[in-house]
Write a protein that binds this ligand. Sequence first.
Ligand SMILES: CC(C)(COP(=O)(O)OP(=O)(O)OC[C@H]1O[C@@H](n2cnc3c(N)ncnc32)[C@H](O)[C@@H]1OP(=O)(O)O)[C@@H](O)C(=O)NCCC(=O)NCCS
Length: 183
Amino acid sequence: MHHADFPDLSTERLRLRTLRADDAPDLLALYADPEVMRHWIHPPWTALAQAQAAINEAGRDLASGAALHLAIIAGPGDRLAGSCALYDIAHEHRRATLGYLLAETYWGQGLAREALGLLLGHGFATLGLERIEAEVTPHNLASQSVLARLGFRREGRLHARWRVGGATRDVDLWALLRQGWAA
Ligand SMILES: CC(C)(COP(=O)(O)OP(=O)(O)OC[C@H]1O[C@@H](n2cnc3c(N)ncnc32)[C@H](O)[C@@H]1OP(=O)(O)O)[C@@H](O)C(=O)NCCC(=O)NCCS
């Protein structure tokens, strides 16, 4: 299950590529937007150094196989529309966790479902995963809708799973097994 040589994953509208050092300003803009981060498990970022650290960590994780963090590029140019990831990759259990976000201007066009379709296909077919999980707050209806359409099932609620800004946050655990993956 190697993914150091990341393949070209694209549809007519978008493509996925690995993150680069010069993505830091775009990544910060994404993670600093309070609307985008409303349901996230940490507060919005405030400094470019946070984006730079995340990109450095993504590079290390790509090399070790621990995670695959990707830029979502939509339309012409090479700027980030969003990002998506398979992280906490547990090779021995053939399991990983899915994460994703889009800049607000790209919401409501079905882009997340399309990007995640590519990433899930890569996870099941190329990385050999059997199970992909996602943690979603109960109020995040758009995210739940994306997961449900991709075939994920809600397995249960994890109470007080995270602390964000001094308050506890519940999440629902969703999962998709390889046999539930249609593509
Ligand atoms: C979650 C997210 C990636 C969805 O991306 P998207 O490309 O806009 O998703 P879609 O266009 O496919 O819309 C998803 C569905 O949610 C619905 N929806 C969108 N916003 C909604 C809202 N506020 N309330 C209810 N439903 C909503 C859409 O109508 C669509 O419904 P459909 O599946 O029946 O067509 C995007 O909203 C986002 O980046 N949110 C912030 C980050 C985040 O929460 N990430 C997920 C963490 S688990």
